[in-house]
Design a protein around this ligand. Sequence first.
Ligand code: PAF
Length: 282
Amino acid sequence: MKIVHTIKDLQAALSPLRAQGESIGLVPTMGALHAGHASLVKRCVAENDVAVVSVFVNPTQFNDKNDLEKYPRTPADDSRLLEECGASFVFIPSVAEMYPEPDTRQFSFAPLDTVMEGKYRPGHFNGVCQIVSKLFDVVKPDRAYFGEKDFQQLAIIREMVRKMNFPLEIVGCPIVREMDGLALSSRNARLSATDRHRALKISQTLFESRDYAKTHTVEETCRFVEEAIANAPGLRLEYFELVDGNTLQPIADWKDTDYPVGCITVFCGEVRLIDNIKYNQE
Ligand code: PAF
């Protein structure tokens, strides 16, 4: 595994491999890697000749400076995990390398990016599209891998690829959960032991709501989730939305879509956690 810090070095290493016909996979990450990232990297390694993993805490996608400062950084552990997963290259650029001048590009994929996270984190998806499009330009991957935990991000990146004609395949990978159900997230590292225990209520509620939904309306199911989180100590619901998994628009009736997905954001103490669940699967 080779660690590379500059665009020039990465492109110099990848060009001859691409010229020899080797396929290139990319897993963009912000580091603080866990088993969820490992599943993306292992799939990337299995499906491509060359697996590139980028590790870059992208400042332009943080609308909250405090959140950016507190974002966990674990470079030594990250390198170990990536080596074990069989990554070929780890790209760890500086902020100046990725943004030698301010990126003023504006991306708009309305209505996908105006709801849910788009509403509560203004500018977040613009920053995600800035960095992901740069990485696509630099690496020119055949495939890029993203987790379904960031369900809205995945939908927006698919739309960006479609609209901007990036010649690559986006591969969405299932959420990886702890044994007890908590969705893996780099932010979990910031939870105290008490909050870690309290956070469990989020996935538990989502799983219970899937059973509840079988005999209740969309409105009743939303209320079920909202009340469960409101009554849980230490949790504060930012939103729960039942949406069509393709358009991300809220549904009013189960008949409105054959792909209903519930997306949730909850503050557990100071830590903002997201999760989602598909209602048409067991
Ligand atoms: O999902 C993430 O970790 C980030 O949003 C991404 C895709 C690496 C862009 O910075």
